[in-house]
Structures are given as C-alpha cells and as structure tokens.
Write a protein that binds this ligand. Sequence first.
Ligand code: HEM
Length: 514
Amino acid sequence: MAIQQGIIKFVTTTDYFHLFIFFTIIYVLNFYYKYFTRPNPLPGPLPLPIIGNYHNLGSDVRQFYIQCQPKYGGISEAMLGHRYIVLSHPNYIDKVLDRKVFHAKLPYSQGLDEMGMYGHGIVFNDDYESWRSNSKFFTDAFLPQRYMDNVVKSTIKLYEELSGYWQSLGNQNTSNYGNDNWTYETDLAKWFHRYTNDIISIVITGERTYSIASYYNTQSRIKSEYSDALVEDGDKFVKSIIQYIECITFFSFFGPFIRHYIPMVKDKNESYLKNLDSEMRVDMLTSLITANTNAKDSNDEALKLIADEEIRGNILDAFLGGTDTTANLFCFITYFICKNPDVKQKMLSEIDLILPKTSDISNNDLQKLKYCEAIIKEAYRMVPVAPFAFRTITEDCEIAGYKWTRGTNFLINYLAIHGHPEFWPDPEVFNPDRFYNKDQDDKSLGDKFAFMMFGGGRRICPGRKLAMTELLLSMVLVFKNYNIELVDMNEPLKILTLATTNCQELKVKISPRA
Ligand code: HEM
C-alpha cells in the first residue's frame, strides 16, 4: 500500500498525459492493424477509431446509402458500431433472405437491451423459438382473409370520422363559413400518422387510441364528441411512437461508450432516457394490453401461453411496424399523385370504373385496383419507407463470391437496389407503368430481388396484407371524395431517413370533390 502511494506521488500530470498519448497510439495502431488485415477487404469509406464511419453518414443518411452503389459498387463495407457488409445489388441478397434459414437481425445491442426491446416481441428478437411463438400472434392476426374484411370495415369507419373532422375544420375557416366548397390547408402527415395508429390499434386490440380525435381537438375550436378522458392521450401516444423509432436507431447504433462519454451524443442519450421514463411510457399501451389480455383470457390457448411481457413486445412491435410505415407511404403516394396529373387521372378513372360507389367496398374489390397498386409500388420504389434491412448470418455463407463466417453483419441497401440503373431505366422518374399489369416474373420488372417492398425470407413483413389493404382503401376513399393539392408544387419532399424514412411534413389543400 505504502509502495503504491509512493509511486502515485512521483507520477506527475505530464506523466499521465504521456501515458494517455501512449495508450491512444496503441489503440489507434491496433484499430488500423485489425482494419487492414480484415478478411475479405471491400471498398468503402476509411473508418476512424471510436466513431467508425458515423461521420460519413453526416446529416443525410439517405444520400450516403444511395451513393454507396455508384461509389463503391454492389458490395462494400462500413463500420457502424460493428463491421457491416453493405449489399447494394439485387443479385447478392438471396442468401441473406433465404427462407430456409433463420438469420439474426442485429448483433447483440446493449442499447436495445437498455430500452427493454432486445429479445422481446419479434422485430428485435433473434431467439428462434421465442420469435416463432411471437410471430404466430402476427400471422394469426394479420394474414387470414376474414380479418381483412374486418380491416376494411374498421378503416371505412375511421375514414368517415377523419373526413368529418376535415369538413368541420374546413367550415370553421371563416372565409369558408357555411360554404360547401370549403378548402382546408393542413399537414397531411400529421393526420395520417394518427389515422394509421388508430387502425392498428383497433385491428390488434379491438380498442381505439382515439388519436385522430385527439389531433382534431388540438386543431379545432369545436371539440370531438368523445370525452376528454378518452382522447387525452391519443396524440401524445402517436408522438411517442414516432420518437420511439428515432430512439431505436440511436440506441441500436451507438455503442455504450459513445452514448455515455461523447459530449453531444451523451446529451441526446440522456434526453431519450428521460423521455422513455416519462412521456413515452404513456398509460395507453398498458391499458390496451390489459384490454387485450382480458379479451383473450377465456378461450385462446395460443395467447394464454404468451407471457404478458411478450404480449407487450408484440403490441409495441405492431404499433412501431404499422403506424409510421403506412402513414409515410400514403404521404409519398399523395405527393407523387399531386406532381403527376396524368397518373392522378388514370387512377381516378380506375377507381370510378371498379368502385362507382364507396358503400359496400370489399377486400376483393380492392384487389382489382391494379393501377392503384402500381402507384403504391412505384412510390415505394422511389422512396422506400424501410430503406435498409439488417441480418447477422447464423451459418457460414458464400455471398458475392466471398466466403463469410457466421456472425458477419450485412446491411441490405434497398435505397440503392430500388434505384439501380441496371434494373430500373430512368430510376429518378416516377412511372407506375413499370408495375402495371406485370406479374412478379415479368422480365421487364428486373430481378425479383430488385424490388422488395416488404423484405423477404423468414422475417418478411407480417403486416403486408394489412398495409396493402389500408393503402388501397385509403386511396379510394380520400381521392374519390377529395381534391388534394400540394400547397407548394415546387417544394421537395420533406423527409428524414433514420431506421425508416419519415415524411416530416406534407402541406396540402383539401377540398370536396364535386
Ligand atoms: C407500407 C407499410 C409497410 C412496409 C413498407 C413494411 C415494410 C417492412 C419490411 C421491409 C420489413 C422487413 C424488415 C427486415 O427484413 O428486417 C418489415 C418487418 C416487419 N413489419 Fe412491416 N411494413 C409495413 C407495414 C406493417 C404493418 C401494418 C405492420 C403491423 C403489424 C408491420 C409489422 C412488421 C413487423 C412486426 C416486422 C418484423 C418482422 C420480423 O422481424 O420478423 N409492418 N416490414
């Protein structure tokens, strides 16, 4: 003890500084030694110690990934907490999306564990047995045909409510008072996030979040017919879901060292944790779970076997997977329709032909709207709401001519794949005809992996049928009844790409269609 204290006495501040420099040099040399001797070196930006390639993502993550293909080719790499092999060519993704193999989504993430998301539900659950039992919850709820008829009925009811709010707000605008030809200027993204949230809630729990009504109350002098107690939390809940997604990106990609010690990141980390403890944990999710658990108590054996923690994980996954994606895509569809009057005309003609009246719409009718479907796909190709997917392979594989050992991390770069000029002539042009009356095997559609709206393999989106039904039905109801125009035709889309691509605002003018 005395010897140790003696040594500490003799060590000066300069010595500590030299020691710090010494260990930093060792760390940097070791970092670059490992980097330059890595297996299968690929092109990609040079990583920096500690921060890897995060600085290359800059403020525009979307541009970074779009540029990966022209700059580095179909297979490249980036250091984002871990080494990721970036696949930007359709021919390289079949093995990572192989239906026969259950690949993990991400390497273990302490951040997601801190958030309480790792290993629960299905999105961040890489334990096969637990994922399989939880994914049954989704396949049972969202895939059978009979549920789709229920989705159609619920969506029509919610649309009618939404439409009533628009009319009320249009009429409250003094210049339109009492006039049927009202015009209402609003942010469509706000309405659609609330609308899809209410739909998901009613489909999975049978209960409503009343988030459309809640948003209406924030915009209107007249209040909705629902009691304050019912609508109070709806808008807050949608905001918290949007923030949750931001939070997931942050916690899954920044390692504990960066989150806890790098000044700017540390502040963000603390503010997210504070929000997770307060506003994000609104009682809404808990009451939906309670209602859902009680409803299933009596006779659903499969659900009885799922622990409450897993039910919470599944319901949260459904909200996270189904609120933002569908709402954002509807905004992108609206944007492209407004920018392309010929497409709008062709769409309206199809809707008027197949569904002359909007009463008694069935899911079968919706499936006949092939041009509307082509618009959805083309809008998604232009702006993929899920811009990339991740896989950590659970067995050795050969991909793009290289041998990879299990545990290697891959990033499927849909942003580059959906705009790959080899597969998509004039990729920057919005042209729904690319998808119109073409079946999946049509050669002109390029490789089957060149367009992946709902991902693929075992972890394909379980909400795909629900999403397509919601989108087709919303297109019919909104565009058949309303003229929607962009407030500023020259303004580019306001988007932010994190884990998903979010429509931050879409200012439109809404007026009844004569
Ligand atoms: C237009 C709407 C939608 C799009 C574009 C979309 C897209 C996707 C994609 C690409 C994946 C695969 C991600 C991967 O490979 O890792 C996925 C997974 C998932 N989606 Fe969707 N989705 C949509 C709507 C929905 C809806 C409505 C739900 C509601 C239940 C949902 C729930 C999920 C879940 C839970 C997963 C995780 C599956 C797993 O990891 O096993 N999605 N989605």
